[in-house]
Design a protein around this ligand. Structure first.
Ligand SMILES: Cc1cc2nc3c(=O)[nH]c(=O)nc-3n(C[C@H](O)[C@H](O)[C@H](O)COP(=O)(O)OP(=O)(O)OC[C@H]3O[C@@H](n4cnc5c(N)ncnc54)[C@H](O)[C@@H]3O)c2cc1C
Length: 375
C-alpha cells in the first residue's frame, strides 16, 4: 500500500515541513533532513497575496495562488489543532497604495487586469484610506482594497508546522544532502534509504538532481523587522504595500506592535549579506507610506534567498519514479504551502493533483523546449 511508504523530505523550510506534516497525516513514515542553511522561510514577510501580486502574463500563478489561498483557513485551523500552537494566520486583508502619478498608473493597471480576470478590488482615495489605516501619511493619495488576501506570521507558522509534524512521529535529522536518487538520499557522510524522496531544499534544490540543474536560482531579498515603541502610532492593522516611486515595498503587521518591512529583490547568487543600501531604501519607502515609523525600534535586518524559476511558477511533481520536486516557490512559498503539500500527497497516492498544479509540472520546459532559468 502507498500509505506504508517511507519518505525522506530534503529541506525543513515551509515547503518541506508542510509536505512532511501532510504526508505523516496520510499515514506514511517521514523523515526530514535539513542542513541548517539560512531558510527563506525564516526571513519571509508572510503575505498570502495572489490578488495584490497579480500581473498580466502570470495568470497561471494567479490561479495557483488563489487555489492555495482558499486552502489557508482550513490548513491553519488544522495546524493549530495538530500543533497546539498558533498558526499565525491573519485575516485583515491588504491595501495596495501609491504615491506619485506613475504609482497610481500602476494601480490602475492592476485594477484593470484584475477586472479582466474576473477579480474585483475597491478603489479608494486618500481620505478613505486613512479612515481605514490612520497611520498612512499624506503622500498616500490613492489605493485599492484587497480584502481577500491574507497574511501569516512566518515564524509562528514554522514553529507550528514542526510541532505538528513531530506530534505525528516525523523524524528530523541534521545533514546536507548532496544527491537524490530513486530509493536514496545521499548525505555528506551517510545515505538515507527511502521509497520516495521529496526535494524541498529551496534555493539549493538545483544541486540535488540533474532534472533541476539550472532551473532554480537564488533571488536575494532583504527585510526589516520593526516594533512600535510605547507612545508611537500603532502600525497598520492590514498589510499595506506600495509602489513608492516605482519601487515595491510592503508592511506586514505582526502581533504586539511588530511590523515586517520588505523586500528588496536581487539576482546576485548565494549572497545573504544585508546591505546598507537595501536597508536605506526599505526605510525610506516605508516611511513615505507610514511616517510614524521613525519612532519604531529596528529589531532585525536580514536577507534570504527565494527559490526562483524562469517563469515564477514552482516545480511540483515527479522528476523520476521515487523522486519528487516541491521547490521553486520564489516569492510565494507561504502562499503555496497548503496546495503544494496537497499535491505531494496526491502524487504519492496516485491521484490527480489539484487542477492549477498542472501548470507547475516539472516537465513543462523540457516538454516545450522552453528556456531554462536565468542564472
Ligand atoms: C525577503 C523575502 C520575503 C518573502 N516574502 C514572502 C511572502 O510575503 N509570502 C510568501 O508566500 N513567500 C514569501 N517569500 C518566499 C518564501 O519565503 C519562499 O518561497 C519559501 O520560504 C520557500 O520555502 P522552501 O521551504 O522551499 O525553502 P527554504 O525556506 O529556503 O528552506 C529550504 C531548507 O532546505 C535546507 N537545505 C538546503 N539545502 C539543503 C541540502 N543540500 N540538504 C539538506 N537541507 C538543505 C535549508 O537549510 C532550509 O532549511 C519571501 C522570501 C524572501 C527571501
Amino acid at each position: 500500500m502507498n500509505q506504508q511508504q517511507t519518505v525522506v523530505v530534503v529541506g525543513g523550510g515551509v515547503i518541506g515541513l508542510s509536505a512532511a506534516w501532510q504526508l505523516a497525516r496520510s499515514g506514511r513514515a517521514v523523515r526530514v533532513v535539513d542542513s541548517g542553511q539560512r531558510a527563506a522561510s525564516w526571513v519571509a514577510g508572510g503575505m498570502l497575496a495572489p490578488i495584490a501580486e497579480a500581473w498580466p502574463g502570470e495568470e497561471e500563478l494567479l490561479e495557483l495562488g488563489a487555489a492555495s489561498l482558499a486552502r489557508w483557513p482550513e490548513f491553519a485551523a488544522e495546524l493549530a489543532a495538530a500543533s497546539g500552537l498558533p498558526s499565525g494566520l491573519r485575516t485583515e486583508g491588504t491595501l495596495v497604495v501609491g504615491v506619485d502619478g506613475a504609482d497610481r498608473a500602476d494601480l490602475d493597471r492592476l485594477a484593470a487586469h484584475l477586472a479582466h480576470v474576473g477579480r474585483s478590488v475597491t478603489p479608494l482615495g486618500g481620505r478613505e484610506l486613512r479612515r481605514r489605516e490612520p497611520s498612512l501619511g499624506p503622500a498616500v493619495r490613492r489605493g485599492l482594497e484587497v480584502p481577500g488576501d491574507l497574511a501569516v506570521d512566518n515564524r509562528l507558522a514554522l514553529a507550528a508546522l514542526r510541532a505538528a509534524a513531530v506530534n505525528l512521529g516525523v523524524e528530523f535529522c541534521d545533514g546536507r544532502a548532496v544527491r537524490v536518487r530513486p530509493g536514496e538520499v545521499e548525505l555528506d557522510e551517510d545515505v538515507l534509504r527511502c521509497d520516495v524522496a521529496v526535494i524541498a531544499a529551496g534555493a539549493h534544490s538545483a544541486e540535488l538532481h540533474p532534472a533541476l540543474a539550472g532551473r532554480v536560482r537564488p533571488v536575494k531579498g532583504e527585510v526589516l523587522r520593526l516594533r512600535a515603541r510605547p507612545g508611537a502610532l500603532p502600525p497598520p492593522s492590514r498589510t499595506v504595500r506600495g509602489p513608492v516611486h516605482g519601487r515595491q515595498v510592503y508592511l506586514v503587521p505582526r502581533d504586539e506592535g511588530g511590523l515586517v518591512v520588505g523586500a528588496t529583490q536581487h539576482d546576485v547568487g548565494f549572497d545573504t549579506d544585508t546591505t546598507l543600501g537595501g536597508v536605506r531604501d526599505l526605510i525610506a519607502d516605508a516611511e513615505r507610506l507610514v511616517p510614524g515609523l521613525t519612532e519604531y525600534a529596528l529589531v532585525e535586518a536580514s536577507a534570504g534567498l527565494r527559490p526562483g524559476t524562469h517563469d515564477n511558477l514552482p516545480l511540483l511533481g515527479e522528476l523520476e519514479p521515487g523522486v519528487l520536486a516541491a521547490t521553486g516557490h520564489h516569492r510565494n512559498g507561504f502562499l503555496l504551502a497548503p496546495l503544494t503539500a496537497d499535491a505531494v500527497v496526491a502524487e504519492l497516492d496516485g491521484r490527480e493533483p489539484p487542477e492549477p498544479v498542472r501548470a507547475a509540472a516539472p516537465g513543462r520546459d523540457t516538454d516545450t523546449g522552453g528556456p531554462p532559468c536565468r542564472s
